[in-house]
Structure formats: C-alpha cells, structure tokens
Write a protein that binds this ligand. Structure first.
Ligand SMILES: Nc1ncnc2c1ncn2[C@@H]1O[C@H](COP(=O)(O)OP(=O)(O)OP(=O)(O)O)[C@@H](O)[C@H]1O
Ligand SMILES: [Mg+2]
Length: 208
C-alpha cells in the first residue's frame, strides 16, 4: 500500500539549535521525491522526524490521514534504508530480511514465502544463507533494500543509500531502486547530496 506523506510546518531542534524551521513538504501516494541540499542542512533530521526518532517541536507529520507524531517508530509502517547497511552480522541474509516480519508475528510459512519472493526481486535468491560479512557492498545494500521492502511499507525512506558504493555500482543500484519502487508503487523519500542522482531517480526534487 502507498500513502501520501504530509510534512506541515515542522520544526526540529537539537538542544537549542533549530535545524528545521517550519518545513513543509507534501508527497503524493506512489510518488518518488528526493531531498537535495548541502551537508548539514537537515536532510537526515527530516527523515528522523518522519521515522519517529526525533520528536518535532512543532508542526504535523501525516501518513495518509493519520497524524503519526505520537506513534512509536516501529508502528509507523515505514521502510528505511541507510548509508551504512545496518545489517545484523550474526544473522544470515534470510534472517536479516525476515526480522521485521517475525517481529510482526507473521507465520513461518508466510515469512518463507515473502522473504524468498523479495530476495528474488533484488537479485539475491542465491544468497539467502550467506552472512553479511561474505557479501559485497552492493549485495549488502540490496539486503538492506529487501529488508525495507519485505514489510510492504506505506512509505520508503532512503538516506544516501549509495554513498558507500563505487560510481558504476551507484548508477546500477539506483536504477534498481527506482524500478522496484515503481513496481511496488510505494511512496518514497530519498536523501542525496548528488544532484545528478536526485534528478535521475525522482519524480520531483525538493531543495533545502
Ligand atoms: N544528534 C545531534 N545533536 C546535535 N546536533 C546535531 C545532531 N545531529 C545533527 N545535528 C546538527 O544538525 C544539523 C543538520 O544535520 P543533518 O544530519 O540533518 O544534516 P544533513 O542534511 O543530513 O547533512 P549530510 O548531508 O552531511 O548528511 C547539522 O548542523 C548537524 O551538526
Ligand atoms: Mg545526512
């Protein structure tokens, strides 16, 4: 399912430093919007507020019709992909991807079906039993992507997901990300500081 994301007059601070000052952004259901801006302008902070890791000091964040500001992060139904893959090193690819489903008490049969399906979609069907340490950077980032996709979230958010990859891989994986997002129709917010990447992957680019 895909829902609209509405950020309305959101302010956020760390201590007494204001980082976001009445930021507003509306993303349509199924739309892919990139956030582009200089280092330190507040892109990651914006994602942290939407994901629920930082409470805004003012304003509203809505997913569909629901105001999510008071909803705990694990109940927001958002798939996240970071620059560092944040995979569990002691778990296989399969278990890393299955983690979110098991937390949601999905049955074993359904976990097997959905993890198998999503690993196929990201081209990792053969790698289910590998550990993250035995994968390339691009493969690890595909695991992170599979983990975000498998919960079938209402919103996908990416924070510079390709920064740790070499230039050629960046272009390949960004095309895969876009193709998978179009296929699932999931609303997406994508942070990058690479202008060319932003314009090539998105429906729309928001500039700070
Ligand atoms: N935990 C924190 N405590 C205090 N200040 C912080 C904290 N995290 C970020 N900041 C400050 O808030 C501002 C915005 O940071 P943010 O991480 O959102 O920037 P960004 O746009 O994601 O930058 P980059 O492109 O370098 O990732 C910066 O000035 C940063 O120093
Ligand atoms: Mg950042």
């Amino acid at each position: 399912m895909s829902l609209a994301l509405t950020i309305e007059d959101v302010s956020a601070q760390y201590g007494r430093t204001t980082v976001l000052d009445r930021l507003s952004l509306a993303v349509q259901p199924g739309e892919f919007v990139s956030l582009l801006g200089a280092s330190g302008c507040g892109k990651t902070t914006t994602l942290r507020v939407v994901a629920g890791f930082l409470e805004p000091t003012g304003g509203a964040v809505r997913l569909g019709d629901r105001d999510i500001v008071k909803v705990p992060p694990n109940r927001r139904d958002i798939g996240l992909v970071f620059q560092t893959y944040a995979l569990f090193p002691h778990m296989t690819v399969f278990d890393n991807v299955a983690f979110g489903l098991r937390q949601r008490k999905v049955t074993d049969a359904e976990v097997n079906r959905r993890v198998g399906e999503v690993l196929g979609r990201v081209g990792l069907g053969e790698f289910a039993e590998r550990f993250p340490a035995n994968l390339s950077g691009g493969q690890r980032q595909r695991v992170a992507l599979a983990r975000a996709l498998v919960i079938d979230p209402s919103l996908l958010m990416f924070d510079e997901p390709l920064s740790n990859l070499d230039a050629k891989l960046r272009v390949g994986i960004r095309a895969e990300i876009r193709a998978l997002q179009l296929q699932s129709g999931t609303t997406a917010v994508y942070v990058t500081h690479d202008q060319e990447e932003a314009f090539s992957i998105s429906d729309r680019v928001a500039i700070y």
